[in-house]
Design a protein around this ligand. Structure first.
Ligand SMILES: Nc1ncnc2c1ncn2[C@@H]1O[C@H](COP(=O)(O)OP(=O)(O)O)[C@@H](O)[C@H]1O
Ligand SMILES: [Mg+2]
Length: 453
């Protein structure tokens, strides 16, 4: 058995990111019950640790805290650079961190824009966890503000439907920082690509309620996620959503300061961002949630634009071209003057979702409302009649379970480059006779086939 002492380990398996180390997950070794002396209660200790650098208000704090100017934060982080173990004074966040070697690396899950995610086992407790290795290699200016925001936000936003961060651990190099989270079996994007049939409406309702209640908590605390999409929503095998990836999240307040418009993955990006609005609010997350809602129902992305112009075009074709009447101030937005938009006088949303009830279409339209000031909030959405009509939301405990790709329970995917808009991905070994249930060959306007919940 490997010792926890890093000196005795020849070369940490965490030293490289390559998938060579995608070690075959072994059956969990019988966990030896040791005297519990060293393991800190990760939640509380790490939250306390982070609180010392973030001075973040607790989740219940009602007042907005304007974010410091990025320049200031950067300077601050430079002075707080990660110290070598011998050089005092220690950074209050990182000096208390345990080593990544406390975790046994199992397999690589995914590499995204801000980090590489691995599945690992806590050597002491045997718990299976996910480690997100932050991409700091190219950082010249100290700890990047995006990573600080991600850690900070995850630590303060505690909610049953937000992924739980256990602790932050360090590798052998100063640029190796890992966020240790509970391991969650699926992300909705991968799962929906593999599912043989879409979610039942009763399941969509449960997922939407969970998502809305997590986002409602964030927005109450002036946190905008800024990258809500199906790949950032994790789902465990107990029917519980966990919002993840706070790499773009930030606090907002008054005055707003400079906020980049280059946020949110294109397909989920609100029209005010696409049209160059200088200021935006939590309403941008609600637009993304509207797109996610539609995707959960139809099992295909609602607005898969190929470019920003194409994205705007797709939005206008679906929802009708906006006017000053429905969206006051629309014509004065920076990009609204430069582009000749398609003239679409009415919304086609209803014909795209033929099996949805009036209440369902109403909720979706309120999320996909052009004017951000009139767009429904997460709190209002939770009270919408759609959630209290039949079919009722399904008890999460009654959700089906699926094999977890992140756990290495992979089925061979025939075509890894299947188009994003494709209906469910067909695996080699799947019964082609099921193709019909995946809406294969369905045109944009033919709606969807609903199974009765
Ligand atoms: N806690 C977790 N448990 C299991 N898988 C996870 C977890 N966190 C992230 N993942 C997987 O890794 C992917 C990338 O993680 P994410 O935090 O979104 O990183 P990025 O910022 O690079 O997009 C997710 O889409 C998901 O598939
Ligand atoms: Mg992501």
């Amino acid at each position: 058995m490997e010792s926890l002492n890093t000196n005795t380990i020849k070369r940490s398996k965490w030293a490289s990111d390559e998938s060579e180390e995608d070690i075959k997950p072994q059956e969990p070794k019988k966990h030896k019950k040791k005297e519990k002396i060293t393991k800190p209660n990760s939640d509380s200790t790490s939250a306390v640790r982070l609180a010392t650098i973030s001075a973040a208000p607790p989740v219940s704090a009602p007042a907005p805290a304007p974010e410091p100017e990025p320049v200031q934060t950067q300077t601050q982080t430079q002075t707080n650079r990660i110290p070598r173990p011998t050089s005092p004074p220690p950074n209050p966040l990182l000096s208390a961190c345990r080593s990544v070697d406390c975790y046994e690396r199992l397999n690589h899950i995914e590499e995204g824009s801000y980090g590489i995610v691995f599945r690992a086992r806590d050597r002491e407790t045997g718990d299976i966890v996910a480690l997100k290795k932050l991409k700091l290699e190219k950082e010249k200016n100290g700890f990047p503000v995006t990573s600080l925001r991600e850690i900070n936000t995850l630590m303060i936003a505690k909610h049953p439907n937000i992924v739980n961060v256990r602790e932050i651990v360090m590798g052998n190099h100063l640029n190796q920082v890992f966020i240790v989270m509970d391991f969650i079996e699926h992300d909705l994007k991968t799962l929906m690509t593999d599912m043989r049939a879409p979610f039942f409406q009763s399941e969509v309702k449960t997922l939407m309620i969970q998502l809305l209640s997590a986002v409602s908590l964030m927005h109450e605390n002036w946190i905008i996620h800024r990258d809500l999409k199906t790949s950032n929503l994790l789902l465990n095998n107990r029917g519980e959503i966990k919002v993840a990836d706070f790499g773009l999240a930030r606090k907002y307040g008054s005055p707003m300061g400079n906020m980049t418009q280059l946020v949110v993955t294109l397909w989920y990006r609100a029209p005010e961002l696409l049209l160059g609005a200088k200021e935006y609010t939590t309403a941008i997350d609600m637009w993304s949630i509207g797109c996610i809602f539609a995707e959960l129902i139809n099992n295909e992305p609602l607005l898969p634009g190929r470019s920003e112009i194409d994205q705007i075009d797709k939005i206008f074709k679906l929802l009708g071209t906006p006017s000053e009447e429905v969206w006051p101030g629309f014509t004065s937005l920076p990009h609204a003057q430069n582009v000749a938009f398609v003239k679409q006088p009415y919304s086609n949303l209803r014909s795209r979702f033929v099996c949805m009830t009036e209440a369902g279409i109403d909720l979706m339209s309120r999320m996909l409302t052009y004017d951000p000031a009139r767009r429904i909030t997460a709190e209002q959405a939770l009270k919408h009649p759609f959630f209290s009509e039949t079919p009722y939301p399904k008890d999460p405990a009654l959700f089906p379970t699926w094999p977890s790709k992140g756990s290495g329970e992979k089925r061979k995917v025939h075509s890894p480059s299947a188009p994003q808009g494709a209906h469910a991905g067909m695996d080699d070994d799947e019964d082609p006779g099921l193709e019909g249930t995946l809406f294969a060959g369905q045109s944009e306007s033919t709606g969807f086939r609903l199974k009765l919940a």
